[in-house]
Design a protein around this ligand. Sequence first.
Ligand code: HEM
Length: 488
Amino acid sequence: MFTWQLWCTLFCVLWLYFLWTLCRFYSLIFTIPGPIGYPLIGVALKVRRREDVLKILKNFLDRYGSFLITWLGPIPSFVTTDPQLIQDILNSQNCLDKANVYRVVNDVAGLGLITAKEPHWSVLRKMLNPAFGLNALTSLVPTFNAEANSLLKMVEPLVDSGEQDLLPLLQNFSLNVASQTTMGCGVNENGNIESHQLLNISNLQESMTEIFFSPWLISRTLRQLFGREDQYFKAKTEIRGFINKLIEPTLSKVSEQLKDKNNFLNLATDLKNRGIFTTQNVEDHSVQIVFAAFETTANTVAYTLMLLAMFPEYQEKAFEELCSFFPKSGDFDVSYSDIKNLVYLDLILNESMRLLTPVPIVGRQTMRDVRLSNGIFIPKGVQIAIDIFHLHRDKKIWGENAETFDPEHFLPHNLQEKHPYSFIPFTKGIRNCIGWRHALISIKIILAKLLRTYKFSTSYKFEDLDFVEDLTLKFKTVPLLDIQRRDC
Ligand code: HEM
């Protein structure tokens, strides 16, 4: 009897909340078209499967145009692929907070830079910026080179041994580089991360995406009820333990021992020693930074190799350019000026991040009322989804071959007419990716070394790629790569 009363009360509260939301946002709902879905849950049932999210969004965009309103649960979400509206949003002081669905990141990683809210975020970002500035990053070029050399040694046994999945190896490698360059200590110093731990990270992301698009699963009780808690809890605990072990030695250092402030963990530990951060803050930021850094970077390298294997004519052009810079095989160093001068590699990397954008959707929310440049008024509390994946594949912007791989999309004369927010793999504006330079430098060094030393091929067809939204972009089936040694 008591349970019945409880359920009825809950139901009534939700309905009242829904009606209150309708009144609050009625101007938005009646001015912008979009799929409403069912009362209280909106379109949540449609997007609950990770492999369906991007297809459903494409369907909505085809039907309603480049901006629309939809409902995920009882809260409206403004979805857009319009570069001008995206510029308005990413440069507005009123859209700095992350969308509510990012609460799952807090649940896993604590409150770090990715999810911090205003006014806390601005202060944090200013404090952590020095570790990601150009000077700090150019000083890391020798480390990136040394690590890329060790990657070549890891790839060597895979040469001429048939098609294989390079992702686990690249993720393992990239986790080591991320911890080396942001924490100052490599994973490998404490022994390689074990494959079950990498699997845990992947499991955790699956659970996080599920919670992202089924926001009620943020409640532990509901997760337990739907049988979703065990895998999530195990993965979360193990990964936090792994990062804590990594940062423990630095955390106990006094400020005089933390000379290199280019290193994120030294900077954060110094802030702790000065009473600005707690130990918990340092742990949370470390988990978020390593998480933000390693998988995006590894996937970008892997996906670029896959595309080049599927489009060998562009791989040959990249190889020719690399041969002109590094004619002798064996150990060679890629300097910061090489990175700037490898223009064809740059076209390839941009095209890869356009077509297989590493972070397909970014979510924000309006902290105050906002008026966009097309006159649309978005009240406080609306969730915003910037659909980077479909922005990057919009035929109106990128032309008829928007959905195929062609590095010429990034030749200067092809970019002239394009809106500056047509290509935003790291987003732009006030709260863009703090690690974008770190990512570009490390990825270019790794790609230069791999493509100069090996030829990658695959029997997998580009047309067969099937995408999964997992906070980062994934494939239903990962294309396997064949590796052969080559010389100029
Ligand atoms: C190819 C690699 C990468 C891609 C595509 C990428 C993309 C992104 C995107 C789309 C965001 C969200 C921005 C927004 O909300 O507007 C973001 C945020 C962030 N990224 Fe990256 N990222 C990459 C690598 C890295 C690396 C290497 C690091 C650190 C070393 C990093 C650290 C962060 C952090 C801390 C944030 C949160 C920034 C804030 O809210 O102030 N990322 N990244």
